[in-house]
Design a binder for this molecule. Structure first.
Ligand code: ADP
Ligand code: ADP
Length: 234
């Protein structure tokens, strides 16, 4: 079955129709980019798929790696928050790391919130920092990292709980092109290696090109859908 299935998503903000009936599904391990102009509904779609926002109509079903499917619309805010913590990972544009914590502590935190001991969480976090090419950086605070390093820490933090789906909203938006390329390479490679599916919201076609499938949103509707021909990254 699909990892994530959304049907008939509608979301309004007052008079604004941000989503006008969107269907989208995501296979296990699949990477999907969501493109479209500013204001087209990309972030709203991501937030509905991730159970951050409740749609006004339609439903979202998440199939975790093990266990029964979860109908996000039927869950209250507290349960959805737990589902996010247990099964989803998030990478945002910038400013998402806790500035008072070291890189290692930032990456260890999600596991500790799920009940792991500090020692276990930091051991696992250290492995993820290594996978993201950040050996030796664990003691630095976010302010002591470059933008690209900080995003790699954010990717490690998103993957450390072994989520079923990783959501990235303009993950390279604050980076120069070469650094953004490296972050997308690491994001797509490590997510695939972890067996997670990936949803990337971007207005940048070069960023979208890292994903296997692409949808284009306009005025709250999916107006185009494409699958990459070669089936490889980059
Ligand atoms: P995108 O991510 O493609 O730029 P958004 O999903 O952020 O688009 O926004 C879609 C539409 O919904 C826009 O018209 C935006 O102004 C509106 N919108 C999004 N979030 C809110 C909100 N919290 N309150 C009011 N309007 C919103
Ligand atoms: P917590 O349960 O720890 O309070 P949430 O479950 O509310 O966190 O959020 C899960 C993830 O989604 C976090 O990484 C959080 O930063 C992000 N998030 C929550 N609400 C929003 C929002 N309105 N816009 C963007 N990201 C959000």
């Amino acid at each position: 079955p699909d990892r994530l299935t959304a049907r008939g998503l509608v979301k309004r903000f007052g008079e604004t129709v941000a989503l006008a009936g969107v269907d989208v599904s995501l296979a296990p391990g699949e990477s999907l980019s969501v493109m479209g102009p500013s204001g087209s509904g990309k972030s709203t779609l991501l937030h509905c798929l991730a159970g951050i926002l409740q749609p006004d109509a339609g439903d979202v079903v998440l199939q975790p790696a093990d266990g029964s499917p979860l109908d996000l619309g039927s869950l209250g805010e507290r349960r959805r928050s737990l589902v996010r913590r247990q099964h989803l990972g998030f990478v945002f544009q910038f400013g998402q790391l806790l500035s008072e914590l070291t890189a290692l502590e930032n990456v260890a935190l999600p596991s500790m919130l799920l009940g792991a001991s500090r020692d276990d969480a930091e051991l696992t976090a250290s492995g993820w920092l290594g996978r993201l090419g950040l050996d030796g950086m664990g003691d630095r605070r976010p302010g002591e990292l470059s933008g690209g390093q900080a995003q790699r820490v954010a990717v490690a933090r998103a993957l450390v709980t072994r989520p079923a789906v990783v959501f990235a909203d303009e993950p390279t938006g604050a980076l120069d092109q070469a650094t953004g390329y490296e972050v997308m390479r690491l994001l797509t490679e490590t997510t695939r290696a972890a067996g997670a599916s990936l949803v990337v919201v971007t207005h940048d076609a070069d960023v979208a090109a890292w994903c296997e499938r692409r949808i284009t949103v306009r005025d709250g509707l999916v107006v185009d859908e494409a699958r990459r021909a070669d089936g490889t990254a980059g």
